[in-house]
Design a protein around this ligand. Structure first.
Ligand SMILES: [Zn+2]
Length: 308
């Protein structure tokens, strides 16, 4: 049984065919200690009610294994969209995620911070964030259900939050509601220009995050290496240690006080369970020997850029 204080490491598990039928075997085959799933089409708006038997079996299976679970909302969710229908569908998708999340015992529903698409809409976009999120946060808090976890994005397209400092106006928009947390994605932060690969860079980024939103807000980590350069604004995930971020940054992540007790989920390329099993093994190795971390990279962002 994983010790939850020791940063349980897991993966985003496939769920096609049913949460219990597909996600639980993935969890076992990868030795995952935490799990994240989609409960609706990640690239569509259709909201599946799921099969109650699958949800119950998944809930029981996660409880048996003492594995914390999370939902990732559809990638189309954008509370900053200038298109009213998109904002309405985003709200419905988050409400659905909270409902299914309660049924499967999920701790959080992750959604991307969103984008105002162009500069002129940024202020209105944050008003939309407030209008949509406040009632959902109140409802989830009253029910004691999953928290909503905003994930800063890779940047570009007038993102509402990409760099960790951008989270302040986002939280301000919902009056720092206690039920809003943060999901920190290493690949997104790197793409948005946080140099997490240089020694001390990951720690400095996490420090900046905590300085911006305070303690107790960071709730989940997405550990992904990247195929692209720092500041590229590109969100192409790579196997841990193989990409431009490198192993040392993940060792730093796993020994930073801000991540103590937080689940760490990989969303890396995986043929079946193979890639995720390897990434989970890498991260558990780095977690077990944080003082024997590999030598941090010292090359400049410019020299890394040529690798991409
Ligand atoms: Zn992510």
């Amino acid at each position: 049984m994983p010790d939850l204080l020791s940063r349980p490491v897991g993966a985003h598990a496939p769920a096609a065919g049913g949460l219990a039928t597909t996600a639980l075997p993935h969890l076992d085959a990868t030795a995952a200690e935490a799990v994240q799933v989609f409960v609706s089409n990640p690239r569509g708006w259709a909201l599946s009610d799921g099969e109650p038997a699958q949800d119950e079996a998944f809930l029981a299976g996660c409880a048996d294994r003492a594995v914390p679970s999370y939902i990732h909302a559809s990638l189309l969710v954008n509370l900053g969209s200038p298109t009213a229908a998109t904002v309405e569908r985003s709200a419905a998708t988050l409400a659905h995620g909270l409902h299914r999340g309660t049924r499967i015992g999920a701790r959080g529903v992750v959604f991307h911070a969103g984008s105002a698409v162009d500069d002129g809409y940024a202020e209105t976009a944050l008003r939309q964030v407030r209008e949509v999120l406040l009632p959902l946060l109140d409802m989830a808090a009253a029910a004691g259900g999953p928290r909503l976890l905003v994930e800063p994005s890779a940047g570009g397209g007038r993102c509402l939050a990409a760099r960790v400092e951008d989270l302040a106006p986002y939280f301000e928009a919902v009056d720092w509601h206690p039920w809003l947390g943060v999901c920190f994605d290493t690949c997104h932060a790197w793409a948005a220009g946080h140099d997490v690969a240089t020694a001390g860079g990951m720690g400095a980024t996490l420090d900046a995050l905590v300085a911006t939103v305070g303690h107790g807000r960071l709730s989940l980590i997405h550990a992904n290496d990247s195929k692209d350069a720092c500041g590229s604004l590109r969100d192409r995930h790579e196997t841990i240690g193989v990409g431009t971020v490198g192993e040392a940054a993940f060792a730093e992540l796993l020994r930073h006080p801000a991540t103590a007790g937080l689940p760490v989920i990989v969303e890396t390329p995986s043929a079946g369970h193979v890639g995720h099993a390897a990434d989970i093994a890498t991260l558990t190795r780095l977690r077990a020997a944080p003082t024997a971390a590999p030598t941090p990279r010292t090359q400049t962002p410019r020299s890394r850029r040529s690798r991409g």
